[in-house]
Ligand binder design. Structure first.
Ligand SMILES: *[C@@H]1O[C@H](CO)[C@@H](O)[C@H](O)[C@H]1NC(C)=O
Ligand SMILES: *[C@@H]1O[C@H](CO)[C@@H](O)[C@H](O)[C@H]1NC(C)=O
Length: 288
């Protein structure tokens, strides 16, 4: 019995070798635990490894120092379903990196150094279900159309970034959204926040800890309060400001109309007066 196992050992080793390295298709510093997975996590990489097999579906690149992904990356690796770039050095994503044909379902860009998510960053990645963008400490700008076209997106993570505000359209344009993480940002509850607040109250079931789990600072004294302590009434002043603006516009246009009317009547009156004098003069001269 025992000698039999000994004899099998080289065969088993070979089998393991074949399974875990995938022969020459696996990048030198990475592991390939199954035919569709390339795992290069925590290898101190400062750029994407060469020779990633073109048919890779799961690419794990977390905990490296990778500063950029080429914009044609997903055109090249068009079978990619799962891309983990968590905890790298990405500072921006080139527009069109995620193309229309992308099969990507999971994308983790958390714990990087992104500063901005511009309009249409993710193209129309209709397969994307989970997008992690949290823990980017300088991420302060998310365009209203940043997530446009992500029709399947269910989970969006934007927690612990540097967001002080967010256009509500960025979230309300996502028809499949079930979970959104927004906590740990330096939100400011000024009038720009009013629309987002309304959306958050109506969609509080999508926040993992409800609106209680979110804080914002008051524009008056910078004090941080939980959103659950605010109500639509807290933003009443914003509506007054709005109506005041409208009111001013109305008054101003009223004044303009009146001025125009006065000037027109004055002009008419003078014309009539002149005409009357002229006809009187001509009558007088006719009599002589
Ligand atoms: C991020 O990656 C670096 C480099 O590999 C590693 O030292 C660090 O522990 C990682 N941080 C986290 C939170 O995983
Ligand atoms: C991250 O980005 C900020 C702002 O662009 C920059 O000041 C900082 O040096 C970057 N940090 C790293 C680790 O690249």
């Amino acid at each position: 019995m025992l000698p039999c196992v000994y004899r099998l050992q080289p065969v088993l080793a070979l089998l393991f070798f074949a399974l875990f390295t995938q022969g020459e298709n696996c990048p030198a510093t990475c592991l390939c635990p199954d035919p569709h997975t390339v795992d290069c996590s925590g290898r101190g990489l400062t750029r994407l490894p060469d020779e990633i097999p073109l048919d890779v579906r799961r690419l794990l690149l977390a905990n490296n120092w990778i500063p950029r992904i080429p914009s044609d990356f997903l055109v090249l690796y068009s079978d990619l379903v799962y891309l983990d770039l968590r905890n790298n050095s990405l500072s921006h994503i080139e527009p069109g990196t995620l193309s229309t044909s992308s099969r990507l379902v999971f994308l983790d860009l958390g714990c990087n150094n992104l500063t901005e998510i511009p309009k249409g960053t993710f193209g129309e990645s209709r397969s994307l279900i989970k997008l992690r963008l949290g823990n980017n400490p300088h991420l302060s700008m998310v365009n209203e159309d940043a997530f446009m076209g992500l029709t399947s997106l269910r989970e969006l993570e934007l927690e612990r970034n540097a967001l002080s505000g967010l256009q509500v359209g960025a979230l309300s344009q996502l028809p499949s959204l079930r979970v959104v993480r927004l906590e740990g940002n330096p939100w400011v509850c000024n009038c720009n926040f009013a629309n987002l607040f309304t959306w958050l109250v109506e969609n509080s079931h999508k926040l993992p800890n409800g609106i209680e789990g979110m804080e914002c600072s008051l524009p008056t004294d910078g004090r941080r309060v939980s959103l659950s302590r605010l109500s639509q009434d807290s933003f009443r002043e914003c509506q007054i400001t709005l109506t005041l603006t409208d009111f001013l516009i109305i008054i101003f246009s009223g004044i303009s109309v009146s001025v125009a009317a006065i000037m027109a009547s004055f002009f008419l009156a003078s014309t009539v007066h002149c005409f009357q004098r002229w006809s009187k003069d001509s009558n007088d001269s006719n009599k002589h």
